[in-house]
Structures are given as C-alpha cells and as structure tokens.
Design a protein around this ligand. Sequence first.
Ligand SMILES: C[S@@+](CC[C@H](N)C(=O)[O-])C[C@H]1O[C@@H](n2cnc3c(N)ncnc32)[C@H](O)[C@@H]1O
Length: 190
Amino acid sequence: MNDWEERYQQGDTGWDRGSSSPALYTWLDSGALKPCRILIPGCGLGHEVVTLARLGYDVTAVDIAPSATKHLQQKLADTGVTATVICDDLFNYQSATPFDAIYEQTCLCAIQPEQRSEYEACVRRWLKPGGELFALFMQTDSEGGPPFHCDLQQMRQLFNSDDWLWPNHEPIRVPRKSGRFEMGTILSRR
Ligand SMILES: C[S@@+](CC[C@H](N)C(=O)[O-])C[C@H]1O[C@@H](n2cnc3c(N)ncnc32)[C@H](O)[C@@H]1O
C-alpha cells in the first residue's frame, strides 16, 4: 500500500475541500477554461472531475490511491456522468493523444521535489502545443512536505520560458482552510 492510499484509508485527507476549488469556478466563469479534453493528475476524491464532467468536458483523471479513484468512480456513477478514471502512478501514465488542457491542483506539491523535472516533462508530453496548464501551486513557506512548497520563482524555472508562456498578470490567490493558500495561473505550452 502506498502512503497516499494509507492516508485515504485513515481519513487523513486534510487537503480535501469537500467541493470544487473556487479557482475552478473563477476559470470557468471567466471563460478561460473552455469545453475541451482535459487531464487531472493527482485528482484525489475528484470534485473537479465531477464538476467538469457534468458540464460536458471530456475528463481523464489519474491518481495513485485506489480508495480515491474508487470513491470518484462511485460519485460519477451516482451523478450519472462519465469520465475516464485511472488508478496508477502518474509517472507511468501515457496518452496516445495529447490533451487540450491540464488541471494541476496540488499534485506537484505532493510529489518529491527531486521528481519535479520529471513531472514537468510528463505535463509537457501530455499537453498538445498551445495547450494550457491550469496550475495551482501550493504555498507553505516551510521546509519539508508533503505538501512541498512551490515557490513561484522555482516554478518559473521548472516551467521555463523556452517551453512555457507565462501570463503577464499576477497569479490568483486561492485560500485553503488550513490557512495556507495556492497561487493559480494559466501557462501555455509552446
Ligand atoms: C494533496 S492531494 C490533492 C488531491 C486533489 N487534487 C485535491 O486538491 O483535493 C495529492 C494527490 O496526488 C496523488 N498522488 C501523489 N503522488 C502521485 C503519483 N505519483 N501518481 C498519481 N497520483 C499521485 C495522491 O494520491 C493525492 O490524491
């Protein structure tokens, strides 16, 4: 059993909001996130998966924890909507067809910092050129994790300007009940 599965089994899921992130609604309401084929890595209990599937988005969700994906599959069935839900290590996941968009909500902060470059390479491979990464970077301002702090300057180096286009405006601040917050921004794959 992996650590994440153990957390779900023990109900140790303090990161879970119990509903879709306000950031998702901000991006939906503004028209920034248009109907498309979208991947959600590290989807957890998948509130955003259900919200997007209900709106007709073609959603694929990946998580390493079987309890999380089972819960999500049941929720989708109860809601009467469909999405592709995959229980696997995201580093194994490959798609024959690249996605239009990726919704990254505190997945990067969950993986070991030494795997970040590998993660960025996966995200780049999963996205089609011109595709968009809707990113929510966790801010903890502390050592250790998970969640590991996703310093914005480090994020700019990781998602570097050779491969990614950053917007000119400031990221949005998205609060968490823990008092922590995420910084949300939309990057385009060049
Ligand atoms: C902090 S939680 C965030 C969950 C969800 N995105 C949310 O905001 O509620 C991180 C999630 O990433 C998943 N995860 C961590 N490492 C993973 C990996 N290597 N492959 C797939 N999922 C992973 C965990 O099981 C967990 O559900």
